[in-house]
Design a protein around this ligand. Sequence first.
Ligand SMILES: Cc1cc2nc3c(=O)[nH]c(=O)nc-3n(C[C@H](O)[C@H](O)[C@H](O)COP(=O)(O)OP(=O)(O)OC[C@H]3O[C@@H](n4cnc5c(N)ncnc54)[C@H](O)[C@@H]3O)c2cc1C
Length: 430
Amino acid sequence: MAGLVKEIEAAQFETEVLDGERVVVDFYSTECPPCEALAPKYDALAELYGKDVRFVKIYRQGNRALAESLGVRSSPTVLFYENGRPKGQPLRGGIKRAELMKNLEALLPEESAAAIRARIRPSADSCDVLILGGGPAGLAAAIYAAQARLDTVLVDAALPGGQVATTHQVSNYPGFVEPQSGYMLSHFMSEQAKAAGARFKVAVDITRVDLEQREVVIDGTETIRAARLILATGSSPRALGVPGEREYKGQGISYCATCDAKYFEDKEVIVIGGGNTAVEESLFISRFARRITMVHQFDHLQANKAAQEKAFANERIQFLWSHEPRGFSRKGKDGGPAMEVEVEDLKSRERRTLTADGVFVFAGMEPNLENLQGPLELDKWGYVAVDEDMHTSIPGVFAVGDIRSKAYRQITTAVADGTVAAIAAARELG
Ligand SMILES: Cc1cc2nc3c(=O)[nH]c(=O)nc-3n(C[C@H](O)[C@H](O)[C@H](O)COP(=O)(O)OP(=O)(O)OC[C@H]3O[C@@H](n4cnc5c(N)ncnc54)[C@H](O)[C@@H]3O)c2cc1C
């Protein structure tokens, strides 16, 4: 209920926030997708907590000096105050309902928090097509389904965009002469889906997915039942679990040679892995890079014979056997572009540091199947098996994009899958 949320200006900050007992403040901006994702959650929680906590909104661009004085540098940023003092950590970006509730409860005595929790009532919604996952596959499905006048809901555990949103530059998506920012490409896909009428429920907790009932429960309370369910949750590179890997992902560590090898013309790279993908991708990278060092945990490659022979015959590729990475960092104090990889010799246990312009990790990918219960048929690598129209083994359930069984995982193949599934769903629903 928007009436319980008060929009204020900087001049009112003292009386409305600092003089209040318990206050939550949302610094928002316009043209800000994570702010749009937060707004309905903020309004709904104001309805629940509004008697005990004052809900305030401040337009960040219009109150820049105040925002900066409070350390607010991005939108949305949500701050919590108790008797004029900040309480807990600010929340930023794709803020989930559960995170907001946790911080609101921290402002309240336990019995008040428990009483509010007891008032939460589950809600139910239904739609023609529910798309789980808002990467390019899910967004393409949303565009086609919504343009076909189907009531379409797109649900994502994070903000929409998928892997494309975090890809620095995309140079192989048709229609653009110059490389495009991945973030903007996915932003335009999202806006196109919204303009077509798709309803977005993003940065939510996926509590339960019942594939056979085609029912998804989000944030513990909201059940959405769909005539057709399209799974588009993508896949994730299998993490090595090595310090620095997460920090330098996309900033020196890449998981996609097709996408990034071209940035290493006449440079040196380190490849982690020794299976089929690692060998084939190293051969591809060797079209660009001057030198490739493959670091592999075994003393032989796992790839097929033909690929191995090509790799051994390639003068640009060298091998460091029986070694594993132990840490990734930037070379030098100034944080220059070169990467350092600390490796351990698995036989002698000695460690040393390798340097290169970039690192590629090919330790395999895994489909994002978390929460997807039910007798979903998978291929032998664990990806979802589908027919030509993207039907899975469960009636009314489709799978598209990187989550499904296929040979090539790219943005173009993901949007093609989403297109096929949405058209098939539209035909079936008449
Ligand atoms: C670093 C990198 C660079 C790349 N560069 C290129 C490139 O230049 N060109 C190219 O063509 N391809 C590139 N790719 C490959 C391309 O990004 C993927 O093939 C494509 O994004 C797959 O789309 P998708 O929609 O299937 O999955 P994703 O893009 O992975 O999107 C999946 C979405 O599902 C959501 N999700 C995950 N689990 C759940 C869940 N349980 N419930 C709800 N939502 C969930 C995620 O938050 C995400 O938004 C790159 C990949 C990587 C990793």
